[in-house]
Design a protein around this ligand. Structure first.
Ligand code: NAP
Length: 171
C-alpha cells in the first residue's frame, strides 16, 4: 500500500481508471467507489495535492480545498482564483516549490496534468475499477520505465463494483 508519508521530495501520480483506461467523462468520474476515495485520502496524506483547473472545478464546493493537504491548482489563466488553494501557472515550478517545502507531492489529475507530470514522477498509485464506460479523459500509458511493486487483489465495493489497488515505482 502506498502510504501518505511518501518520500520527502517524492512526486506521485494517483488515479483511478476503468479497465480500458478511462478516468473521466463530462467533467466527472463515471463510477462511485467510496473505498477508493478513502484510499485516495490515505495515499495523499498530509502532503501537497497538485491538480489541473478542470479537476479543481470538478470537486464539489463543499469538498474543496481537500482538507489537511496543501491544495495547488494549475492554470494558464492569470486571473483564476481558487478559494483555499494556491494557483500556479507552471508545472515544473509548482513541483519544485512543493518539493522544497518538504513532503511528497501528489498529482491528482486530470488527464492533461497526469500526462505532463508523468516524466517528473517516481511513483504511481493506480486503482483499476472493473467497469467499461464511455469517457473523454484517459490515464497515461505506463511504460517500461515503471515497475509494478504492488499488485493488489480484486476487492468488491459496497456499491458492488470490483476494484484493485496497484503501485508503480520508476525503475
Ligand atoms: N479518475 C481519476 O482518478 C480522476 C482524477 C482527477 C480528475 N479526473 C477527471 O479528469 C477530468 C479532468 O481532466 P482534464 O484533462 O480535462 O483537465 P485537468 O488536467 O484537470 O485540467 C486541465 C487544465 O489545467 C491547466 N493546465 C494543465 N496543464 C497545464 C500546464 N502545463 N501549465 C499551466 N496550466 C495547465 C489548464 O487550465 P486553464 O484551461 O485554466 O488554463 C488546463 O485546461 C474530469 O472528468 C475529472 O473528473 C479523474
Amino acid at each position: 500500500m502506498v502510504d501518505g508519508a511518501g518520500g520527502k521530495g517524492s512526486v506521485g501520480l494517483v488515479w483511478a481508471r476503468s479497465t480500458d483506461g478511462v478516468i473521466g467523462a463530462d467533467g466527472g468520474i463515471p463510477w462511485h467507489v467510496p473505498e477508493d476515495l478513502a484510499h485516495f485520502r490515505t495515499v495523499t496524506g498530509t502532503g501537497t495535492v497538485l491538480m489541473g483547473r478542470r479537476t479543481w472545478q470538478s470537486l464539489p464546493e463543499r469538498f474543496r480545498p481537500l482538507p489537511g493537504r496543501r491544495n495547488v491548482v494549475l492554470t494558464r489563466d492569470p486571473a483564476f482564483h481558487a478559494e483555499g488553494a494556491e494557483v500556479v501557472h507552471d508545472l515544473d515550478a509548482a513541483i519544485g516549490q512543493a518539493q522544497s517545502a518538504g513532503g511528497p507531492v501528489w498529482v491528482i489529475g486530470g488527464g492533461a496534468v497526469y500526462q505532463d507530470a508523468l516524466a517528473r514522477a517516481d511513483r504511481i498509485a493506480e486503482t483499476i475499477v472493473d467497469v467499461v464506460v464511455a469517457g473523454d479523459t484517459r490515464a497515461p500509458t505506463i511504460d517500461d520505465a515503471w515497475e509494478l511493486v504492488e499488485d493488489g487483489p480484486w476487492q468488491e465495493s459496497r456499491t458492488g463494483t470490483r476494484y484493485r489497488f496497484l503501485e508503480w515505482r520508476r525503475r
